[in-house]
Design a protein around this ligand. Structure first.
Ligand code: DC
Length: 232
């Protein structure tokens, strides 16, 4: 599958909790680009697999279920969302069952081929695309590629905070999230098909001690240097 040229794509890769989503949305908003959350698409595919009751390790059954599913993404950075077979599943895909199973489903090569084709279509008009394999597989010729990372403990605190909105996450919750992140990082980085990996030409940013606004400013500098102009 040869990728279509992606002259107006900003590729943003990195592990969970590195801060990709707020950064991708902020950059897309300033530049007037679409926002493509590829993780949400793999999560919706995983929800389809769970609903169908097939084992996530049965690659053929997973492929069958995902091929029959219709996944649509809202690529408005101010109103991101995902639909599965016409119903909004934006909240449901963040649940623990999907989170526990998504690495297995996203490791199936046929699932990835399908998702990547759809992601390229979504990004064709210009987009900030966040994920794990954007700079390496979805848009390898993107003019701006960023690999965002952060200290694992900081990532766990951020992800735990996502669950307990407005409430300081308890230590044991953070510890459980840290273990789950380490498990997913390992699975996502070691799978055969398009593992989580920085593209050779990606700019590495560490968000451990930076706010989302500071990372957005840095990505906007890179975008400006590559010829992207702010939307009016
Ligand atoms: O970004 P996220 O945590 O919502 O992503 C959920 C999972 O989807 C992640 O554990 C790995 C998978 N994923 C992937 O394999 N490739 C992508 N481009 C994006 C996500």
């Amino acid at each position: 599958m040869s990728p279509a040229p992606s002259p107006r794509v900003i590729a943003l890769d990195g592990p969970s909790g590195s801060g990709k989503s707020p950064v991708a949305r902020g950059v897309a908003r300033v530049l007037g680009l679409s926002y493509v959350d590829t993780g949400a698409m793999y999560r919706a595919a995983t929800l389809a697999v769970l609903r169908a009751g097939v084992p996530p390790t049965d690659a053929e059954a997973v492929e069958r279920v995902v091929s029959a599913a219709t996944i649509s993404l809202s690529s408005d950075p101010d109103a991101p969302g995902v639909q599965l077979d016409g119903a909004d599943v934006t909240a449901e895909i963040r649940g623990p069952e999907v989170t526990a199973t998504v690495s297995a489903v996203s490791a199936v090569p046929a699932v990835r081929r399908r998702m990547v084709a759809q992601q390229r279509e979504l990004a064709a008009g210009g987009a900030v695309v966040e994920g794990r394999d954007i700079g390496t597989a979805v848009a390898p010729d993107a003019p701006v590629k960023v690999f965002l990372d952060a200290d694992p403990d900081v990532r766990a605190v951020r992800r735990a905070g996502d669950r307990d909105v407005g409430v300081r996450a308890e230590g044991d919750v953070v510890q459980a999230v840290a273990l789950d992140l380490a498990r997913r990082d390992r699975l996502d980085s070691t799978r055969a098909a398009s593992p989580l990996q920085a593209a050779a030409d990606a700019v590495h940013l560490d968000s451990t001690a930076l706010s989302a606004d500071e990372v957005i400013a840095r990505v906007l500098e890179l975008a400006a240097a590559a010829g992207f102009a702010a939307a009016r």
